[in-house]
Design a protein around this ligand. Sequence first.
Ligand code: KG4
Ligand code: ZN
Length: 348
Amino acid sequence: MKILAIDTSADETASAVVEGRRILSNVLYSQIELHRPWGGIYPALAKRAHEQRIDAVVKKALDRGVGAGRSMTKQMGEIGAVAVTQGPGLAVALEVGIKTAKTLAQTYAKPVIAVNHLAGHLYSCFAQNRNGKPDFPLRFPYLGLIVSGGHTELVVMRDELKYEVVGQTRDDAAGEALDKAAKLMGLGYPGGPVIERLADSVGHQDQYRFPRPMLNARDLSFSFSGLKTAFYYFVKEMPASEKNRRLPHLLSSFQEAVFTVLIKKTQLALRRTKLTRLAVGGGVIANRHLRRYFRQLARQEGVELYFPYKSLTGDNAAMIGIAAGCLARHSRFVTDPAALDRVPRLAL
Ligand code: KG4
Ligand code: ZN
């Protein structure tokens, strides 16, 4: 069954057509440039931009996914269900996708599938291209880690629809910490890619050894606000010229602190759960240096490791479609589309 998927949870207007784990189209309109001057997502602007773009993005996803040059009715005839991100995310942004999905479902008499955005990030690791490659089978259980701008979560994925969150951040998410450090240094939004370039330029040195919060705590919680505060006070007293001169080293050290915590907590979770498969999704896993650390960890712990294609690390609708395929296989359709309006923070 082909699924048309929509995600408008943050600053990407996204739609895709998938069939099982195969991605037939994946269209994205990024609002990053719109939000850059604000140093983060500006909700009212995000809502308006989603509203302006969503119809065109959906049409393009259908054109590429089921074939262009045909009426929308013909195209929707090939679609078995409409999937949409229900949460978590920015409420005013989510509403735009939900409304669009509902209208499409009603107009073309299709069932709706409501998807948790975080499940989408986890399933991004299992995506296949149009030809069904890579074709490894899904073999549960997995340990999942989501590292994005909004979330840092360790999840035991027991089965297709059975998740258990075993560790999460108590304050900032990993990506959010990177974004805040970059903003503090006047580098704009999003911070992750800029910090990656600066850290690369100094060979990922860790001259400043900023604190690694919760590193020695025995539980699987994360916390990044203490690191952010330590960084803030460290650079606050620095004259501007010195700050500039030391910029790459400061941010490289900051990045190392964040990544060390991610790796150590994942290692602890692997050892505790004795799981032998690890899937890491979310915007921050675009980072090549972090990918190297995870590869090292996987070798060391003897576990299989799954990453998304780089194009699927950030928010996208293909991952929502793939997660929706699992829900569909278990007949988890939304029977009351009005319930979609309530935008609850879905449990994973
Ligand atoms: O998954 P995502 O696109 O959106 C959320 O669901 O939050 O993640 C966005 C986050 C931002 O914090 C951004 O700075 C971070 O992912 N990010 C990166 C890189 N590219 C994006 N962090 C580190 N290195 C990168 N190359
Ligand atoms: Zn996301």
